[in-house]
Design a protein around this ligand. Sequence first.
Ligand code: HAM
Length: 417
Amino acid sequence: MIKRPKGTLDILPEDVAKWRFVQDKFRDICRRFDYKEIRTPVFEYTELFQRGVGDTTDVVQKEMYTFSDKGDRSITLRPEGTAGAARAFLEDGIYAKSPINKLYYDITCYRHEKPQAGRLREFHQLGIEAYGAKGPGIDAEIISLAALFLKELSVKNITININSIGCPVCRKAYNEKLREYLSAYKDELCETCLGRLEKNPLRVLDCKSPICGKIGEGAPRLIDYICDECSNHFEGVKSSLTDLGIEYNIDPSIVRGLDYYTKTVFEIKANSAIGAQNTVCGGGRYDGLVEIIGGDPTPGIGFAMGIERLLMVMEEENAPLPEENGPDIFIAHMGEAAEKEAFKIAHELRAKGISVSSELLGRSVKAQMKYADKIGAEYSVVLGDNEIETGKANVKNMKTGEQTELALSGLSEFLLK
Ligand code: HAM
């Protein structure tokens, strides 16, 4: 038997209602905040991620699904949504349409990571990206969007952690300090981090190797080195969050694993533990990204949430999740004439917007009714020679057992009511 690739999931019909519930809620929240959906390709040219996400990040160095296509171009399955959205923002001239553009997406992403609960190789992200706004107001707006979304999903036990990782100006001074600190541990750092030491020492701080992680714990903190402008911006974010009544925690250890971030970064953690993978949301500002991929300097900020992690947390917290509905009616039938009529009626009802399941396996009426109950049909009706002759039948409410005698021609009216 051929199995699905490691780190992927099949989302089964009985679970799809839960997924749709979360996705629909996100779409609705984005509508209320006036964000518009964008859909970009699943694959992009590899250099987009090398330049955008950064070629010293774990994602680019270790985790991308990269291959050469038939034209010998290097292609990568998107490991995240920000770089593709920024490319579209630039390539499709979205920037020229409005001074501010607020976008959202609901996508699959691909990272070759070691699979475990909450960490997959194909996973789903709900994300937003806002371009054009420089001030701290938008930082607070998107954090409030994430918080309201989680609240409306009844995810209560969360912590919003924020930090500032400064701009290229303050980062320069900090990098020197960090390099100095890390150089004392040259013998212990992993090989990848040794390479990062010169090029991009900040990346050592989010290395997944436990030894590098331990070394990182004692490192100087970026927030202690940020310039006045970054510091004022961060103060603005904090006071806007307080104005909105959003509780947050300052966590100087957040550096995020992607290179494009500047100033505000944040992560939302679920306190109902799902092992190590308890970060349901990650995001931040990336004022340099559009320029890095060839556009004019443009402020940008966004976040993404993993749907798989979100659903795990919701289940963990016993948050209400819907079940898949059964059909409005199941039409059981006995005999050839009734079968023909059942098919005709089913077709007519479906055309009027009613969901109908009808017997297709030629089972006994008893077995058909048992099946109608199992699939959660709201009503059922049995058609036999008698019903065809009289044009009348008993419609049964499957929950209460109540029966109503009806003309078959009045069935749709009854069900629609
Ligand atoms: P990220 O922190 O790499 O950020 O991912 C965001 C979220 O995606 C994580 O918090 C997690 O819920 C989910 N996630 C990431 N990797 C996996 C995985 N292997 N399996 C399951 N879920 C996963 C980004 O991707 C940025 N693009 C977010 C952003 C948007 N920043 C600004 N705009």
